[in-house]
Design a protein around this ligand. Structure first.
Ligand SMILES: NC(=O)C[C@H](N)C(=O)O
Length: 337
């Protein structure tokens, strides 16, 4: 059966052309798709432009527009491809994974490192692969890039220039794409339950990367501007309590009703606040644990959770519940055995 695919263009390098100010997204959805041959393909392709921006300019309100466009057309199409800049694609993919849950259809994000009109472009291959994967009988949000299929909540941009820009962090790749062949890496579960759409986001979230010497007073500013703060700390996830002690300020924030998430700057294996004194001391407060979620997922997940409720315990509960495989359930580990 001929599949119907909707391609939604949002800009990015893939749609960019040279200008005096540098590469800038200018191509329409029609111009973009004119570069790929779709004759003799098992799908009918419709395309639409939603915005034409460098993804550095992408805002949470744009995520909402993309989610709404997919939801509005959900019944009319079998799969969706969103062309997007690579710089913030991982955030958008995760955001869509929270706003649109239990999708029975593939929602595939792709882009390129080199504009589609350039001889060395990776755009044509990435669009072809994305369209190929959008015809699969799987549900959820995915990033398709350089022949790899990554879960929407697990993609991280690792390289600024190379074709293999994205990696799947803390989760296996879903599949590899070789031409028409999809080589699944594990048995991909079928979504159960009904499609759930909830695009109410609260964008008042701040991401603070700690470094040796971070001043506690920074939290006084954050408190006035935001409802949630994600602290990207070190290693297994401790917070300094000697010298510039951050703990009293963190306690004040939480007592004020602010959501405080602890994560780590280490890309792999996630936080574990139980291990060290620096971790246990911060865990005595009602902080939100992020396990091995990637920052690109924690930011939109917190916006989504804050969009639903102001109750701190409910926010903690939503954040600590795995959604769209964004988090690996913790295993008991022992160093003594
Ligand atoms: N490769 C790219 O798409 C980078 C571009 N600055 C963007 O994110 O829109």
């Amino acid at each position: 059966m001929m599949k119907k695919i909707l391609l939604l263009a949002t800009g990015g390098t893939i749609a960019s052309v040279p200008s005096e100010e540098g590469l800038t997204p200018k191509l329409t959805a029609k111009e973009l798709t004119s570069y790929i041959t779709i004759d003799n393909q098992p799908y009918r392709l419709h395309s639409q432009i939603l915005m034409n921006i460098d993804s550095t300019n992408m805002q949470p309100e744009h995520w909402r527009d993309i989610a709404e466009a997919i939801y509005t057309h959900y019944d009319q199409y079998d799969g969706f491809v969103v062309t997007h800049g690579t710089d913030t694609m991982a955030y958008t993919a995760a955001a869509l994974s929270y706003m649109i849950q239990n999708s029975h259809k593939p929602i595939v994000l792709t882009g390129s490192q080199v504009p589609i009109g350039f001889p060395k472009t990776d755009a044509k291959k990435n669009i072809r692969d994305a369209l190929r994967f959008a015809c699969e009988d799987v549900g959820g949000v995915f990033v398709v890039f350089d022949g790899r299929v990554i879960l929407g909540t697990r993609a991280v941009k690792m390289r600024t220039k190379s074709y293999d820009a994205f990696e799947s962090i803390n989760h296996p790749y879903v599949a590899y794409i070789h031409g028409e062949t999809i080589d699944y890496q594990y048995e991909f579960p079928k979504p159960s339950g009904k499609l759930q759409f909830d695009a109410s986001l609260c964008p008042d979230v701040f991401l603070l990367k700690l470094h040796p010497g971070t001043k506690p007073e920074i939290f006084d500013y954050i408190r006035h501007l935001y409802r949630g703060v994600i602290i990207e700390s070190f290693g297994s996830g401790g917070v300094p309590f000697q010298g510039r002690n951050l703990l009293p300020k963190i306690k004040e924030l939480i007592d004020d009703g602010m959501a405080v998430v602890i994560t780590t700057q280490c890309l792999e294996e996630g936080e574990d606040l139980t291990l060290y004194e620096v971790g246990r001391k911060v865990a005595q407060n009602t902080v939100i644990l992020s396990g091995d979620m990637n920052t690109e997922a924690i930011v939109p997940k917190l916006m989504w959770a804050l969009g639903k409720t102001t109750n701190l315990l409910d926010i903690k509960n939503l954040m600590e519940t795995p959604i769209a495989n964004d988090m690996t359930q913790k295993q008991e580990e022992s160093w003594d055995a």
